[in-house]
Design a binder for this molecule. Structure first.
Ligand code: ZN
Length: 479
């Protein structure tokens, strides 16, 4: 274990698994000592980041015509049973409550389609009610049987689910594309987490969907992690809840529904993993709970000046922390560096006399001088540049991760070197399932699907069964 008392020093590239486990603990993001398998305590440092993520995501949703609601946490068993594939897909993961209400058992929601649709049955009457776009910020529960990992795979997670209803399929499919775009605008362009939008093969779609487009991100160890997914819901599902509307010609119709589920706690895992370095976390300026830490040095007038500077920065909505604890300066520096605070200001008499402060920049580990008079403006500019750098670095890492392959050997080689393999494949419909199974068993990798945002043409034959290839798929080792 390469760590000393004050510094965090674990190679993220060399030993990602240890890095991840240790940094969540050291930086006080999560605490694993609650004692219930798969349930994680998110500490203030993690909760503040998640809160910022929620705010950004929710404002993006509202800007695209969504309204917020809060649905009950429990779902009656009867609701689940109404749609066969949905109940089949989710039943193994459901936490049932012991108490019965009448004859109906109650479940802790694993996802809330069956709660929303119960109400859409009442709320949607006419074409004038459409589109209806409602989301909720919620925690959901799934009894994961696979090994759990904090934030990556837990039994409770913190997400947003939006459920949108449209008069026709065309508008609903446009929403699926808008959801992919929102993932791009928020998760990639703001949080700095690049992804591949993958239309899932038929055997891997959301239970109750016509199709699913997931966002696959890549962790530093080359493993793929699914982030937000969006689904076009099957009309069977909508009909099972008897959701219908009367169109302009007074004809009864079934609306088309979509849902989208960005999971803040899971995206946090990608944010931390993507940007961190061997000295700890590197948080995007936009998401950091503390954007500027001030380390004051004792001296005449320093306390007053620091109080004033802090107030000025806070007035400009910059999150500031003054570390006036009795730790040694070196300890303070290492601590806040490890926590991923973008900027550190050191302020003493010398700085007050010169009217300039030194700003330590976390990701570059460089110092720049800034005039105290326009500190807030400078910090904001530095913050914008900071996030651009983080995104560019994440893109660079992501850029060479997809490798074109032609046969089993090249697929295996790509996967073993932490890459995602792209190759022509027999089919993403049911008949391709056995080839995907082979890949899962022999190569321990998952067929992620076909591009959900573009139409990539296949050529040649499927490297597994030798049949004519119909689709271009991606495969990766996954979490
Ligand atoms: Zn095949």
């Amino acid at each position: 274990m390469g760590k000393s008392k004050t510094t965090f020093n674990i190679s993220k590239e060399g030993n990602f698994s240890e890095w991840y486990t240790e940094i969540l603990n050291k930086a006080e993001v999560t605490d694993m000592r609650y004692g219930v398998k798969g349930f994680v305590v998110i500490r203030p440092w993690g909760a503040r980041i998640i809160d910022k993520m929620y705010r950004i995501y929710e404002s993006a949703l509202r800007a695209t015509g969504h309204e917020a609601a809060m649905m009950p946490t429990v779902i009656p068993e009867g609701n689940f049973k109404r749609e066969a594939s949905h109940v089949e897909g989710f039943a193994p993961e459901v936490f049932w409550l012991d108490k019965k209400q009448g004859d109906d058992k109650l479940a802790l929601r694993p996802t809330s389609e069956t709660a929303f649709y119960e109400m859409y049955n009442l709320w949607i009457r006419s074409y004038r009610d459409l589109p209806m776009k409602i989301y909720q910020r919620a925690n959901v529960f799934r009894n994961e049987t696979k090994a759990t990992r904090p934030l990556i795979r837990s039994r409770e997670f913190h997400w947003i689910e939006s459920h949108d209803a449209f008069a026709n399929k065309k508008e609903a499919e446009a929403q699926v594309q808008d959801d992919i775009l929102m993932t791009e605008e928020v998760m990639h362009k703001i949080f700095g987490v690049p992804f591949l939008p993958m239309k899932r093969p038929q055997w891997d779609k959301f239970p109750g969907a016509v199709y699913t487009v997931g966002s696959d991100c890549i962790m530093p160890d080359g493993k793929v992690i699914q982030q937000p997914s969006t689904h076009l819901i099957d009309q069977h599902f909508v009909k099972a809840f008897d959701v219908k509307f009367v169109d302009e010609k007074e004809k009864e119709q079934t609306p088309w529904l979509t849902c989208y589920g960005p999971c803040m706690s899971r995206i946090l895992a990608s944010v931390l993993a993507n940007h961190g370095d061997d000295n700890g976390l590197v948080l995007p300026y936009t998401l950091a709970p503390v954007q500027v830490v001030i380390v004051p040095f004792s001296g005449k007038g320093v306390d007053e000046a620091v109080t004033k500077i802090r107030a000025e920065l806070m007035n400009e909505y910059i999150d500031v922390k003054v570390d006036d604890s009795d730790k040694r300066p070196g300890e303070k520096f290492f601590f806040w560096e490890m926590k991923g605070v973008p900027f550190r200001l050191e302020i003493g008499e010398k700085e007050l006399e010169s009217g300039e402060v030194t700003v330590f920049i976390r990701d570059l580990k460089e110092k720049v001088s800034v005039k105290i008079d326009d500190l807030a403006e400078s910090i904001k500019n530095l913050g914008a540049e900071y996030d651009e750098r983080l995104i560019a670095r994440a893109d660079e890492f992501f850029g060479d991760k997809v490798v074109d392959c032609k046969d089993k050997d090249s697929i295996k080689k790509a996967l073993d070197s932490g890459k995602v393999a792209r190759f022509s494949f027999c089919s993403a419909e049911a008949e391709g399932a056995s080839c995907a199974e082979f890949i899962e068993k022999e190569l321990q990798a998952r067929v992620m699907g076909t591009r959900g945002d573009l139409n990539e043409k296949a050529d040649g034959k499927c490297p597994i069964c030798g049949k004519v290839a119909k689709v271009k798929v991606y495969a990766g080792k996954s979490y």
